[in-house]
Design a protein around this ligand. Structure first.
Ligand SMILES: [Zn+2]
Length: 151
């Protein structure tokens, strides 16, 4: 016998599937006691990583949110990632972990939601593996399902 999930349960309790859209939840980074900047730095190209190796800050840059068309300042390192490093040929190659490769996809596509199935095609990994990795109890690097109607 299967357990029915009542419609009024919070969406976070719905089990994600291969077609559940995910994205980087930057709010998670704000709430979690972690440094987004340090993690972002690890995705820079070699030249920029060197440039920012000892830097604790980069000036914010105006960025237009593709969903809301809202202009907001973003971290200078994130800006570099989007405008330079992600365009380098090695960006999508030297990746070992599922989490890192998925994270990089969202940095490239301006954090537009993608399902594990789509992500699998993009990074050349098994969608089931991606789903298992990012749908567990722990949230990895802010990778979470897009919660419709939340907030
Ligand atoms: Zn770069």
């Amino acid at each position: 016998m299967t357990t029915l999930v009542p419609a009024l349960k919070p969406s976070r309790l719905i089990k994600p599937t291969l077609d559940t859209p995910y994205h980087i939840d930057f709010e998670w980074w704000n709430k979690a006691d972690r440094s987004l900047r340090v993690y972002l730095r690890s995705h820079l190209c070699d030249a920029h990583r060197e440039l920012y190796a000892d830097s604790t800050d980069a000036d914010p840059v105006d960025w237009v949110d593709p969903h809301t068309a809202e202009v907001k300042p973003i971290d200078g390192i994130l800006y570099l990632l989007r405008t330079h490093c992600s365009l380098q040929p090695e960006y999508m190659h030297d990746m070992t972990s599922v989490v890192d490769s998925v994270f990089r996809v969202f940095l490239v596509n301006n954090n537009q939601p993608m399902s594990p199935r789509e992500l699998g095609e993009r990074v050349g990994k098994d969608p089931e593996l991606i789903l298992r990795t990012i749908s567990g109890k722990s949230v990895y690097q802010g990778l979470r399902p897009v919660m419709e109607g939340a907030g």
